[in-house]
Structure formats: structure tokens, C-alpha cells
Design a protein around this ligand. Structure first.
Ligand code: BGC
Ligand code: BGC
Length: 907
């Protein structure tokens, strides 16, 4: 297998949003030498940062280097600093090398904190290249409480070049904030009270990995509170162990500062730990929404957290609590669905991610993007202006746009997910949205960027909702705040920093301008334009989460957990999630499930493409097309696994003869994209793989349509699977398709798709978004006045027997038992006497509507009956509204109403 073919392509083009888009940032290496080792936490001497490799080039050149540049140790210990000598040609030393060493002047006091010492050390002629000797540095225990202090070592050598200046860090000790027995609140207050303004501002600053990769000491110099990996920003070798080593290396720098405040490293693990090759890639949120299974989604969160933490990372920029109202949005798949109630029900993922903060296999979660990100208006003018322009001059027609709404509707649709996220799930961080909001009450045309929205961030989120975590700005989010003095609105200015901080964001994602951000904020704060109280509020919130996460006690990750990444247990959770996310839209003549000994003709470009089935935010920001993009099981692999006895012809473009096949399985859909590059009418991804450069559309791509036509017109039975981040219009082909499945973006575990295709598990998924009849119909959402999608929100046929679900809850329930009487049912398990059966079930439900399992079983049967009536053509004209509203009612805890609506559609 070959990974990362396209991964490291360089892009540095002007971005579609006016600022320079960096493109995949994962192309710079840390260049850590192989011998780098990391000390165990709590060891007397933590061997931290590998020194840069010797640079000598001339034959025979000799270098002297310390094993690392930082040695951290507790007072009262003796620190062996290891020095090694090496020759550029690898031969033994031709002549002796004498190294003079001395403890130099840092912040530690000789006599009190350490014993001043100096000496010489000789590597005799003939010593092998790589020979190592140690120099002891003695740290004294003075008993006094102190912050961390440094003892630099000076080195000089005759006839050799010294390449490292090692520093011994005497760990802070005896201070209240270091005392784990004290309550977090006191530790925070103590620490905050010791911090300078510059140190506080450092805590508020987050740089990107690539900005510190070549010179990790910038972490200490800039006193950074955090570092992130943007999409695709990975260590040179993208293995779990290399991630741990990289994160720990940066942590060592943070711990060389005076107060030794640990870094909090953050990353987007939005469908599993997608940046890491070998991680379990779970279905994107749109698929999780289709499962309607909050407990399963919690387990997905837990598995994701375990994999993220196993690579040394304690913070995830997920979940997106966006409510996607318009599927032309390139981030639709990051949304659990179009109904805020569905999004709320999936917030169990936060519990899965966070556990009890402080558990070493969980992470801090981030609710994003606050708020209204899925509800922005499609800008036809932008789309029209994009036409004919090169991709780098095009703008996003909907992503990062403007939510035009009145306050009441904003509260109902866009804010709704945040109240339970904050109160019930205690989400630890929140990311404001790139988008703006334009209230209709005061007229149109005066939008405010969410990053500048003090009312919504400070008054509503921190005030009314009582959010006590911290806000992290989005990627250069404050750069987009319009500065009246800067008409081109490029880059960062004092104004943007001031407005952004004063609006209430606490930490600032400044991938490439961390230092500039700090300087601007320092000046603004010193001039009194950003109040000290605001800075203190920000830092208090950030420190609180760092303490709660246990980072002060366990700043370093152990490399022992790396086999968590992509483990069999996590892949099993993924496979289950995939199976439960599949939505059966049409199933004429019981085309599904398939027989395991069938003769199959498998076609379509997404049948055997792990990159396409994983989607965006996989290995790179935009994702990667390709069979070998990530390790995993493609849908075709899954079919082969689950039905080893099937006869399978596979032809992606359906060019192979179909002779002898009984059933066609056509897997079509989208290729990967992320953010505005997925907007319909938006820029194509110029640096991505060729299949990803197609124009985005809500219609199936022409090539896909042709494959569907070819297979479905030739074979007697034709099953079509749509692997995509959003519905694809195929109304005009529906007639020739026997069974239609929305597969979403399943990720690495394609066997889950095969499980439902062959009846190893029943189809149970339900639409998380309305499936449009045509493109002009979008936006179309549950609750709309004139609601006529092709398939409504909540639609999903089942291949299991509704009777089995009822039987499981029948004990001691006479009405359910009566409803199960054979007279009411056909031999194939469908309802014969819908009015009679539903009447009984309705009574039982009304009597016990608080019993969730009962409601689930009864509503399942009622929905089956309603959908059967639709398929028969006997449902009332407003059936779509009834079915969608029923699902909404169920999600909002009103099963009786849901039942009534479904019964109306059924009878
Ligand atoms: C990064 C992403 C980021 C995007 C923003 C990309 O280069 O990889 O993480 O979201 O830029 O423009
Ligand atoms: C995206 C965020 C993401 C961030 C870091 C931004 O472009 O909007 O969702 O967390 O990049 O990658």
C-alpha cells in the first residue's frame, strides 16, 4: 500500500476568501533524529528535547553535541548532561578532543540553586564517532518555593564544533498552583497572580505546528499556551509514535519557561483521528445523525478520544454543532442534520470525547462553530462571479457567509444546540464561526462577524448560557473582522485584535502570526484598550481547563498507547456506526437484502475507493481520492468479506461485460472536499487529486449517472449506493433503480455497508436531512410550509421485522401482545391490518409514553406503516410533512405526537 501520494503537494496560492490560503500545511518536517528518546513522566531527569543533528559536512569535521537542548529536573538532584562527539565520515577520532564545560549564568542562583562547576573532558584519539560522556550538574535543594529556573551550560572544544547549548531547567516547586491537593480554583488564582501580562497573553495564543517545527524553542520564546495541527499538518513520518514524540518535544519547550505552564495541543479529529494514517475513520457527522443512536455516537466519541490521546493530544476541535439548512454548503457533512433537535440528541458525542476531564484517555471537546454556520444564505452573486475565474480567484458562495435571520429564529435554529452542550454536556471549549449574523429586525445589510459579536459571545454564551470553558477563535478568524482603517482587510491589525479579544474570545488560533498577535495585544492591553479584567477572564478559563485535564500533573504523553490507534475494538465501533448510518430510501421488490451467494456486478467509482468513502478532513484538509488513501476496508472489500460465496465482477466504469450477473451494485457519489471548496458554485480544489477537482453539485456527476444508467438498464435488479456528504439529486433515474441507499461518508470501515446489504444487520438509518427532488428546491427543511422533498427528514425503510422490536417489549403489555396477533400481519412481516394494530399500539404508548424503548419500538412500526402507505400510493398528500414532523416530535420527546402524525400518514 502506498499512503500520502498527494498528501505533500505544496500549495501557496491566494485563497478564495481574500486572505492567503495556506493549503495543506503538513509539508514541513520536524527533522527529529531517530535516537530521540523521551523520559518517563515523574522520572528524576526527564530526557526531553533532542538536540539538532550535527551539521558538519566536511570530511573529517568533528562536532560535539549534547544529547538534548533541555534537561528538566527537580531540585536536589544530579543531572547527567550527556555529550557526544562525532565525525562527519563516521571514522574514529584522529586526534583527541578536549571539551571545556562550565555552568553559565541563567535565572538560577549559583550556590543556592545549583553548585557552580566547570571542568574539562577528553575524548581520546581513536574514540569511535558517537562516543558519549556525561557532565554532572548538581541542583541544590534550598527548600524555598520557587518558579522554574535555568542553568545554561557553556561548552567549548578545540578542533571540534559545538552544536548544542544545553540548558538545565530546575523545576518549579513548592508553589500552591503546583499542589494537586488544592482545588482548581485556588491553583488558578495562585498561578494567575504570578503571571506577567506577556505570560498571560502567551496563554491566549495558539500557533500552528509548522510555525514552530523548525525552531521549537519559539514555543518558549513566545510563551505559547497552545499549538495546533491544521488539516494535514503532520509530523514528517505520520505514525502515532512520531506524533507523541512531536507533541512531547513541544511540551518540553513550554516546560522550560518560568511557570512551566503546559501547552494544550489541539487538532481536528472530526470523524475519528483523521489526520493520522492508520487511525479509525468514523462516518462523518451526517452519517452519525442518520443512526439516531445517541449511545452509539457516545462510543464513537470515546474511541476517537482514545486515539487522539494516544498520539499525545488532549484537545479536539469537534463536534460541529452546526445545523445544516442548505446542502449546497461544503461543510454539510460535518453537521448531524438539519433539525436542531437531532443535533442536540447527538451531543452525547461530547460525553464520549470528554468523559470526566482528567481521564487520560479522553480529550477536551469543542462545540463549533458558534453560531449559525450551517444557516448562512447562499450568495448567488458570488457564485455567478466565480464562473470563468481561475479557482484561486473564486470566493465561497455559502461557507463563512451571512446568517440572515430574526433573533427568535436564530435562537430556535442556530443557538439551540449550545444550551445543552454547555449545561448538560459541559463542553470545555467553543469555537466562534467564521460566518456573520445579520438581524432582520434592524434592516438588512449590517452583518456582524461572529468573531466580533460581543453580545452573542459574552452576553449570551458566557452570560446567559453560563459557559465556563474557553473560546478558541477559528483559523485567523479575527483577521476577517473588518477594520475601517484597512479597506483591503488583509492581515492582522491592532483593531482586529482589540475587537476580537473584547468580544470575548479567550484563545486565538493564529497559525502563522502568533508573535504578531502577541505584540499587538500587548500594546492594546498596555494602552488600556483591552481591560486587564478581560485578559484575566480569558487566562483563568484557559488555565482552569488545563488543570482539569490534569496537564500540570501529566504534561507528557506516553508512547505506550499507540496501539489504540486503529485498534480492532475501535474499528468494530466504526463498523457498527457505518451499518446503522445506512439509509434505505427505496427497496422495490425486496431487492435488499442481497443473498450471500448472489452473482453481483459491482460498479461505480466509489465502490473501491477508501479516500472517497472517507471524505474531507482525512490525512489532509481536503481529503484524498484513491483506493489506498487510508488503511481500511472499502465497500467492495466489505462485500467480499461478508459474502465470500458471492460471484463478483467488479468494473468501476461498468465497461466489463455484465454476463451472468443477477444484481448490479452501483456505488457512486462525491469525491472529498472540505469547507468552501465543497460549496456548490465554489472554487475547485486546484491542488487536490484530479477526481476532487470536479465542479461541486447536488446532482450526481455525469460519469456517475452514466454508470447508473448502464448497469440499471442491463441487469434485472439494480442497487445504487450514494457515497456522499449530502443528498444527490437522482429523481429522473429513480424509476430504473430498485434499491437506493444513502451511504454518506462511511470512513475506513466499509464492511458496515456490506453488513446491511446482505442482511447481517437490518437497515435502520433515517434521513438526517431532507432529500431534495431537484436542485431548485434547496434549501428544503423539516418544518417548511410547503414541504415536498423526494424523501422527507426521518425517512428510512427497514429490512428488519418491526414485529421483533414489538415482541421485545411485549411482556406485561396486553395491548402490544394483542397487536402482535398473527391476524394483523402478512407472512413477510409487513402489516396487514394497519388500523387495528396501530390502534392498540397507540393506546399502549399513550399509557406509557415515557418509556423510551417502548416508544422506539412502537414508532418504528408506525413509521413502517406510514412509509408502506407512501410506497403503495395510498398516503395523504401531505405525507412528507407528517413523516418529517413525526421525527421532529420524537426527537423533542413527544412520541405521542409523533405516533399520531405517522398514523395519519399510514391509514
Ligand atoms: C488548514 C486547515 C484550515 C484551513 C483554513 C488549511 O491550510 O490545513 O486546518 O482549516 O487552512 O483556511
Ligand atoms: C475550520 C475549523 C478548524 C480549524 C483548524 C478552520 O478552517 O473552520 O473548523 O477547527 O480550521 O483546522
Amino acid at each position: 500500500m502506498q499512503f500520502g501520494r498527494i498528501r505533500n503537494r505544496d500549495v501557496d496560492g491566494p485563497g478564495p476568501t481574500g486572505h492567503r490560503a495556506t493549503g495543506p500545511v503538513g509539508r514541513r518536517d520536524m527533522r527529529l533524529p531517530r535516537h530521540a528518546t523521551l523520559g518517563a513522566v515523574g522520572a528524576l531527569v526527564v530526557a526531553l528535547l533532542p538536540a539538532p543533528a550535527a551539521a558538519a559536512a566536511d570530511t573529517g569535521a568533528v562536532t560535539v553535541a549534547a544529547g538534548r537542548s533541555l534537561y528538566a529536573a527537580a531540585e536536589g538532584t544530579r543531572v547527567p548532561v550527556d555529550l557526544s562527539v562525532s565525525t562527519s565520515d563516521g571514522r574514529p577520532l584522529a586526534a583527541a578532543v578536549t571539551v571545556r564545560w562550565a555552568t553559565g549564568s541563567g535565572t538560577a542562583t549559583p550556590g543556592a540553586d545549583y553548585t557552580a562547576a566547570s571542568g574539562t573532558l577528553t575524548f581520546p584519539a581513536g574514540s569511535p564517532s558517537g562516543a558519549t560522556r556525561t557532565v554532572p550538574v548538581t541542583l541544590r535543594a534550598d527548600g524555598a518555593a520557587e518558579t522554574a529556573e535555568t542553568v545554561p551550560l557553556t561548552l567549548a572544544a578545540d578542533g571540534a564544533t559545538v552544536t548544542t547549548r544545553p540548558t538545565v531547567v530546575v523545576a518549579a516547586h513548592g508553589l500552591p498552583y503546583l499542589d494537586r491537593r488544592l482545588p482548581v480554583r485556588r491553583r488558578v488564582a495562585d498561578l494567575l497572580g504570578r503571571m506577567t501580562l506577556a505570560e498571560k497573553i502567551g496563554q491566549m495564543t495558539q500557533a500552528e505546528r509548522a510555525a514552530v517545527a523548525d525552531d521549537p524553542s519559539a514555543v518558549a520564546r513566545w510563551q505559547l499556551g497552545s499549538v495546533l495541527s491544521g488539516g494535514g499538518s503532520t509530523p514528517a513520518s505520520n505514525t502515532p509514535a512520531a506524533w507523541v514524540e512531536m507533541v512531547n518535544g513541544l511540551q518540553a519547550q513550554a516546560l522550560s519557561t518560568r511557570l512551566q505552564i503546559p501547552l494544550i495541543y489541539g487538532i481536528d479529529a472530526v470523524h475519528g483521528h483523521g489526520n493520522v494514517v492508520g487511525a479509525t475513520v468514523f462516518p462523518h457527522n451526517v452519517g452519525l445523525g442518520a443512526t439516531r443512536d445517541p449511545r452509539l455516537v457516545e462510543r464513537v466519541g470515546q474511541a476517537t478520544a482514545a486515539e487522539v490521546r494516544a498520539t499525545g493530544i488532549p484537545w479536539n476541535f469537534a463536534p460541529c454543532l452546526c445545523v445544516s439548512r442548505d446542502e449546497r454548503w461544503g461543510r454539510s457533512y460535518e453537521s448531524f442534520g438539519e433539525d436542531p433537535a437531532l443535533v442536540v440528541s447527538m451531543e452525547t458525542i461530547i460525553d464520549g470525547l470528554q468523559g470526566r476531564l482528567g481521564d487520560t484517555d479522553r480529550v477536551l471537546a469543542t462545540a463549533k462553530h458558534y453560531a449559525g454556520d450551517g444557516d448562512t444564505d447562499y450568495d448567488e452573486a458570488v457564485a455567478a462571479a466565480n464562473e470563468g475565474k481561475p479557482w484561486w480567484e473564486q470566493k465561497y458562495p455559502i461557507d463563512q457567509g451571512v446568517t440572515v435571520t430574526d433573533r427568535a429564529r436564530f435562537a430556535r435554529i442556530d443557538l439551540a444546540p449550545y444550551l445543552p452542550a454547555v449545561r448538560a454536556h459541559k463542553v470545555g471549549s467553543v469555537m466562534p464561526s467564521f460566518s456573520s449574523v445579520d438581524w432582520t429586525e434592524d434592516g438588512l445589510g449590517n452583518p456582524t462577524k461572529m468573531h466580533a459579536h460581543r453580545e452573542l459571545i459574552t452576553d449570551v454564551l458566557k452570560g446567559r448560557l453560563g459557559f465556563d470553558g474557553f473560546l478558541i477563535s477559528d483559523w485567523e478568524g479575527i483577521h476577517q473582522i473588518p477594520d475601517p482603517a484597512e479597506p483591503t482587510n488583509a492581515g492582522l491589525t491592532a483593531y482586529k485584535v482589540r475587537v476580537g479579544v473584547n468580544a470575548g474570545t479567550d484563545m486565538f488560533m493564529e497559525p502563522n502570526s502568533a508573535e504578531q498577535f502577541e505584540q499587538l495585544l500587548l500594546a492594546e492591553a498596555t494602552a488600556g484598550r483591552v481591560p486587564t479584567a478581560r485578559i484575566d477572564d480569558a487566562v483563568r478559563r484557559i488555565l482552569t481547563k488545563k488543570f482539569e485535564l490534569g496537564l500540570f500533573e501529566h504534561p507528557y504523553a506516553s508512547a505506550d498507547g499507540v496501539d489504540q490507534v486503529g485498534s480492532a475494538a475501535h474499528r468494530a465501533v466504526g463498523r457498527e456506526a457505518v451499518a446503522k448510518s445506512q439509509v434505505l430510501l427505496k427497496n422495490a421488490g425486496h431487492a435488499l437484502p442481497l443473498r450471500r451467494d448472489a452473482s453481483l456486478y459491482v460498479a461505480g467509482r466509489n465502490a473501491d475507493d477508501l479516500g472517497n468513502q472517507a471524505g474531507g478532513w482525512t490525512v489532509t484538509w481536503q481529503g484524498v481520492s484513491g483506493a489506498d488513501a487510508v488503511p481500511g476496508t472499502s465497500i467492495l472489500d466489505g462485500i467480499r468479506q461478508v459474502a465470500p460465496g458471492a460471484r463478483i465482477t467488479y468494473s468501476a466504469d461498468a465497461s466489463a461485460p455484465t454476463d451472468g450477473a443477477q444484481v448490479g451494485v452501483v456505488v457512486v457519489g462525491e469525491t472529498p472536499y472540505a469547507e468552501g471548496y465543497g460549496d456548490v458554485g465554489g472554487p475547485e480544489c486546484g491542488w487536490c487529486s484530479v477526481p476532487q477537482q470536479e465542479e461541486k453539485s447536488l446532482r450526481l456527476q455525469p460519469g456517475d449517472r452514466a454508470v447508473v444508467d448502464k448497469v440499471c438498464s442491463t441487469l434485472p435488479t439494480c442497487v445504487v449506493l450514494v457515497v456522499s456528504g449530502r443528498p444527490q439529486v437522482l429523481t429522473d433515474q429513480l424509476g430504473e433503480i430498485d434499491a437506493l441507499v444513502a451511504s454518506w461518508l462511511p470512513g475506513s470501515e466499509g464492511a458496515g455497508v456490506a453488513d446491511v446489504l446482505f442482511g447481517r444487520r437490518p437497515f435502520t438509518g433515517r434521513l438526517p436531512v431532507s432529500w431534495p427532488r431537484d436542485e431548485a428546491q434547496v434549501p428544503v427543511n423539516v418544518g417548511d410550509a410547503d414541504y415536498r422533498p423526494l424523501f422527507p427528514f426521518g425517512w428510512g425503510l427497514r429490512t428488519g421485522q418491526g414485529r421483533d422490536g414489538l415482541a421485545a417489549v411485549a411482556a406485561d403489555r396486553p395491548q402490544v401482545r394483542a397487536a402482535l396477533a398473527p391476524a394483523g400481519w402478512n407472512a413477510d412481516g409487513s402489516l396487514r391490518d394497519a388500523p387495528g394494530v396501530l390502534d392498540r399500539l397507540g393506546r399502549q404508548l399513550r399509557a406509557e409514553h415515557r418509556d423510551a424503548a417502548l416508544a422506539e419500538a412502537i414508532l418504528g412500526v408506525a413509521r413502517d406503516a406510514a412509509q408502506a402507505a407512501v410506497v403503495r400510493g395510498s398516503a395523504p398528500e401531505n405525507w412528507a410533512t407528517l413523516i418529517a414532523d413525526a421525527d421532529h416530535a420524537q426527537l423533542t420527546g413527544d412520541p405521542v405526537r409523533a405516533f399520531t402524525l405517522l398514523a395519519r400518514a399510514a391509514i
